[in-house]
Every structure is written in C-alpha cells, then in structure tokens.
Design a protein around this ligand. Structure first.
Ligand code: PEP
Length: 250
C-alpha cells in the first residue's frame, strides 16, 4: 500500500539561522502520522545542520537538486555522495524551475535519476506541462515524454520507492491550483503509464504527489482523489503552521 508523502521545497529561502528556527518550529507543532510522511528540502548550506536537528524524528531530509557526476571540475555542483554524507535521504530532480530557468533536459534528469538511485538517494521525480502545452492539447504527450525519457534505462527494481511529483508548471507559485479533477486525470494517466512501462505492482505502489499552490485549504480535497498521494509544497511550506496543516489535511 503506498504512502502519502508531503514534501516542503524551501527553494532559495532561509539562511542557516532561519532554517534552524523553521525546523524547530515544525518539530514543535508537527504531530507525526503513520500514514503521512513529511519531508523537508532546505538549501544545500542548511542540510548538515538540518539532519542533526531532525534526528529522532520521522521527518525526511531532501536536497533540491544534485549533479550526475561523482566529483571533479564541476564548479558549483554537489554530488549524490556529498548529499549522503550530510544525511540526505531524498533529492528533488527535474523541478520545473531547474528545467525552465537552468535548461535541464529530460536527458539531464535521467542521468541524475540513475546516479541518485545508484547512491541510494530516493528521487522526487518532477514532471509537468506548461500552460501553453496544456492549451495546445499537448499535456499528455509532454508528460509521457518526460516520464519515458526521464526513466530510460531504469529497471523496475531500481525505480521502486521513487516518488513522482506531478507539478503543472502553470500552478507553481501562481496561486492557480489545478482542480482535483484536473490533477486526478493526470495522476491516473501517469500511474497507467508506469503500469505500461513496468508493472501494475510498481504503478500501484508508487507515490504520486501533486504540486502547485497547495495550501491547507485545498490539501484535503486534492488528497481525496484516488491517485493523489500527498503534495510537493513550495510557498506554503515556509511557515511551520501551514506546512503542518497540509500534512494534517492530507
Ligand atoms: C514547488 O515549488 O514545487 C511548488 C509546488 O511551489 P508552490 O507550492 O509555491 O506552487
């Protein structure tokens, strides 16, 4: 049975002191649940301290990105091994901001997926269409391409445990949330694709989060849909109260 997972993507917010305060606030107000897993994704500079602060909790620690190389002349890059060394268990890969602002392709995301999996870091594999693609009727084609190219060469055994995040680009940071029906349609499409590419078992056991302007007020309705398994949250995860309320409402 798959688990609901609510992950907070802090993006480029919170310096070290602010990160420490937010983690302490989350720990104070979060009542941990068996059926919903919480993950936070601070910036690289706060990961080491975050992992110390999260000891003794069930809150998972994620990075927001990583390089597919192990080491060497890659100025500014961080490897999977480095993330592991500071206690990271998860890594967000293929976020739409990485794709659109930093030019990451499906092939880059695929290399990162393979490297993360080989280093036993669980990927949060992000996919989603732009407004233009949706309006042109290309939504399913774009999602299918992201899934097939992003997962190329990855076996069922390797993919097991990976979290998928469906994030329509037009809903990220815009306040425009997909309706539960719109999100459910795409989640079911992705699950079906995983079934076609792998197996029913893999598809049924894969957590598919929704991301895009999730707030405490819409988390319950979205999560009431059969194929929506939690959330990847941006803006609303920067306050402990709203992040925790999303977890409660999921
Ligand atoms: C995100 O960055 O993954 C995201 C979903 O952001 P927001 O919740 O702010 O739309």
């Amino acid at each position: 049975m798959r688990k609901k997972i609510v992950a907070g993507n802090w993006k480029m917010n919170n310096d070290l002191n602010e990160s420490i305060s937010l983690i302490n606030e989350i720990k104070e107000v979060l009542v941990e649940r068996e059926d919903v897993k919480a993950i936070i994704a601070p910036t690289f500079v706060s990961l080491d301290r975050a992992s110390q602060l999260l000891k003794g909790t069930n809150i998972g620690l994620s990075a927001q990105n990583m390089c597919y190389e192990d080491s060497g002349a890659f100025t500014g890059a961080i490897s999977a091994k480095m993330l592991k060394s500071v206690g990271c268990e998860y890594v967000i890969l293929g976020h739409s901001e990485r794709r659109t602002l930093f030019g990451e392709s499906n092939s880059d995301v695929n290399k990162k997926m393979k490297k993360a999996i080989s280093e036993i870091l669980t990927p949060i594999f992000c996919i989603g269409e732009t407004l233009e693609e949706r309006e042109n009727g290309e939504m399913k084609t774009v999602i299918e391409k992201q899934v097939r190219e992003g997962l190329e060469g990855i076996s069922e055994a390797e993919l097991t445990g990976t979290i998928v995040a469906y994030e329509p680009v037009w809903a990220i940071g815009t306040g425009k949330v997909a309706t539960p029906d719109q999100a459910q349609e795409v989640h079911a499409f992705i699950r079906n694709l995983l079934k076609e590419m792998y197996s029913e078992e893999l598809a049924e056991n894969t957590t598919i989060q929704y991301g895009g302007s999730v707030k405490p007020e819409n988390a319950a309705e979205l999560n009431g849909r059969p194929d929506i398994d939690g959330a990847l949250v941006g803006g609303a995860c920067l306050k402990a109260d709203s992040f925790v309320a999303i977890i409660k409402n999921a």
